[in-house]
Design a protein around this ligand. Structure first.
Ligand SMILES: [Zn+2]
Length: 405
């Protein structure tokens, strides 16, 4: 694990140059140290923290109504980011371990954030300018390597102030992790009506030289494992590793402006077929939110997470298997088919052999992919191989689910 060693070296470097407000230990032992960083002093009055163990998550649905991000037909990125954020809020809100704070909802930016940015414009500016200068000095002295890539879209000066404002606020308000929610776009796509040539997900993490690098990476790994059970990694060349380091993304703490783990999750490309219509989009977003939630949970590993998580994940599958319907070839944009595909992926049966995740997305369409996967399953369980899901196949799927520990 070379990055741990690298990280430790840079921890020492940074503790020398920028030791004033860094929670340096965050780098080494995420879960335990993070608990230790939570204090009871809240200046915002946002949440009442009674126990030390409550984990505070800052959700940042990317972009806003003014600068919507990508667009495909009528679907804008800011809107789909917000929908996902709402699903995640719901999951975390029902979980007393977590205190969840969101930067914006359908009414715009949250009041606490607007007030903070209005009241602190100058100190936010000097905050990030000082951090930038510190890094620039390190670069000059050969102590920080400034890499070439990856490429990112640039932000307006208003957005830059807001994003650094979010970082500063998070550093000051006992936030434990930051989740930045985004959907991707193909930069070469010609119009809102065309699909692009890329698909899949990617997670951005801070460059190894930054203070919050290691904890961010271990958070990213947990979410990655979950998402990758179901979705292909983005085939955009700069994202082919799935977890991508960046030294320039403000949201994950460019110029060492965050001492908290932070990840940018690009869940998929806006124009991917599973987001086309409202039915499969809803199923798909709920599924993406659940996987993220499960990954975050595992990152913190406080109690018997695994079995609790498994229950949560299986509830949806159990409901599907209780439904009194036949799922057959030709069904399109169907929520039950989407869940069936997710169940098959969970069991390791989807995509079927000879197919890739990229060829067989979770899209709610009962086509070749689903049919082949079901046929393989039926063969394995000595059922009549007809490629459709009736009551007998459901019984066997239920068996397979309970065997899968
Ligand atoms: Zn975005």
């Amino acid at each position: 694990m070379p990055y741990i060693i690298l990280g430790l070296i840079t921890v020492l470097t940074f503790s020398y140059f920028t030791s004033t407000d860094s929670k340096l230990n965050t780098n080494i032992l995420p879960a335990t140290t993070l608990e230790g960083t939570i204090s009871n002093s809240h200046t915002t009055g946002l949440a009442t923290e009674t126990e030390n163990e409550i984990i505070r998550i800052l959700l940042v649905p990317g972009h806003d109504k003014k600068s919507v991000g990508g667009q495909y037909l009528n679907l804008t990125e800011e809107k789909i980011n917000l929908t996902l954020s709402k699903e995640l809020m719901q999951l975390f809100k029902n979980d007393t371990e977590f205190d969840i704070v969101v930067t914006r909802d359908e009414n715009g930016y949250s009041d606490f954030l607007n007030t903070y940015i209005d009241d602190n414009k100058l100190s936010i500016e000097s905050f990030y300018k000082e951090k930038q200068e510190a890094i620039e000095q390190l670069v000059e002295r050969g102590l920080f390597e400034w890499p070439d890539g990856p490429h990112h879209a640039s932000a307006s000066s208003e957005m830059v102030l807001r994003l650094y404002g979010i970082n500063k606020w998070a550093n000051e308000n006992d936030v434990d992790i930051i989740l930045n929610l985004h959907f991707n776009d193909d930069p070469e796509r010609r119009s809102h009506h065309d699909r692009g040539k890329y698909e899949g997900f990617a997670i951005y993490v801070p460059n190894t030289q930054y203070d919050n690098s290691i904890a961010s990476k271990s958070l990213a790994n947990k979410i990655f494992e979950k998402l990758h059970t179901y979705y292909p990694i983005s085939n955009l060349p700069q994202e082919k590793s799935g977890i991508v380091e960046s030294h320039k993304l403000i949201a994950i703490g460019s110029y060492n402006t965050l001492n908290i783990p932070s990840v940018v999750i690009e869940y998929g490309y806006l124009y991917e077929p599973q987001f086309d219509n409202e039915i499969t989009r809803e199923a798909s977003i709920q599924h993406l939110a659940l996987q993220t939630y499960l990954g975050v949970h595992e990152f913190f590993e406080n109690y018997n997470v695994e079995s609790a998580n498994r229950q949560k994940e299986r509830k949806v599958f159990d409901e599907l298997l209780r439904e009194d319907n036949n799922l057959v070839y030709g069904l399109r944009t169907n929520k039950s088919v989407f869940t069936l595909q997710a169940l098959l992926a969970y069991l390791g049966q989807y995509p079927p052999q000879e197919y890739t995740k990229r060829q067989c997305v979770l899209d709610g369409d009962f086509g070749k992919c689903t049919e082949s996967a079901i046929k393989e399953f039926q063969k394995e369980y000595s059922l009549v191989i007809d490629g459709s899901v009736g009551s007998e196949t459901k019984v066997k799927l239920r068996e397979a689910l309970s065997e899968n520990n």
